[in-house]
Design a protein around this ligand. Structure first.
Ligand code: XBP
Ligand code: MG
Length: 257
């Protein structure tokens, strides 16, 4: 019987609802600052989120939504260099935005992290986002020392292929010297589910506004959030054991199921 040894968390949409009011706003601020008339509405961004990775998302937008897939002369270098510099500016805007308006952790996340630490369950992050964004989120939503709660922060370009490829989860497992059988992945999106499952991980999904209608076939459990004692989660698919909130005991049950 596999014994739970680690929880591996996705970041955007899972630890916090960062996409609509965080990343999307940061992208738009970077576009304005660069003199671009691009505007990613809430609805358009929902479509663009199919492409993981901010640089890849900008390129997808250029190729699929703009007649002339080029950037103004003010951008020097190759298209990929131009996109990289635009994305670097976006990351600065994202960090500033999180300092201005802290985006809180989702329900139950801090409770689950603290319980896992108390019970000696190892913690890791496996995310597509840029490492600096993980730092900004944890420092603003929890405290600087929260970064040390995670044994591994596998993020962004550290792997050749982003989600739904399994690379980022395989990187985290290898760094912790753990096999997928003793770990549980916590995600919010179908791309994340596909990535974790291809890495051999059982996965729990907490849906959000952008992902609630996606296909989560194969997930061990699909819930609306991790819940709190006074804010019960809704089990959308899978066996929540009738619990009000997701805890280490339920994680262990799902791993063994
Ligand atoms: C979500 C992503 C990221 C963010 C934007 O990551 O796909 O690209 O949307 O961050 P995850 P960057 O759900 O895996 O945490 O602009 O830094 O990519
Ligand atoms: Mg996510």
């Amino acid at each position: 019987m596999p014994h739970l040894q680690a929880l591996i968390f996705d970041v955007d949409g899972t630890l916090a609802d960062t996409e609509r009011d965080g990343h999307r706003v940061a992208f738009n601020r970077a576009f304005v600052a660069a003199g671009l008339d691009w505007v990613w509405s809430v609805e358009l961004y929902g479509k663009l989120l199919e492409i993981t990775g901010g640089k890849e998302r900008i390129r997808f937008y250029l190729d699929n939504y703009l007649s002339d897939a080029s950037l103004p002369d003010s951008f020097a270098g190759s298209l990929s260099e131009q996109i990289a510099s635009l994305h670097a500016a976006k990351t600065v805007h994202y960090k500033q935005l999180l300092q201005e308006n802290v985006i809180p952790l989702r329900p139950g996340v801090k409770r689950l992290l603290l319980e896992a630490r108390e019970q000696g369950i190892r913690l890791a992050i496996a995310t597509t986002t840029t490492p600096a964004n993980v730092t900004a989120l944890l420092e603003n939503a929890i405290a600087p020392e929260a970064l040390d709660w995670f044994e591994v922060i596998a993020a962004g370009d550290i792997v050749p292929a982003k989600k739904p490829a399994p690379d980022i989860y395989e990187y985290a497992l290898q760094a912790m010297n753990l096999t997928p059988e003793v770990c549980l992945a916590l995600e919010d999106s179908r791309q994340g589910l596909r990535s974790a499952m291809q890495a051999g991980l059982k996965t729990v999904i907490t849906v959000n506004g952008y992902t609630q209608s996606q296909d989560f076939a194969g997930a061990a459990l699909v819930i609306d959030h991790f819940g709190e004692p006074d804010l019960p989660f809704q089990a959308i698919a899978g066996d929540g054991q009738g619990q009000a909130y997701f805890d280490v005991a339920l994680a262990k049950y799902l791993l063994a199921a």
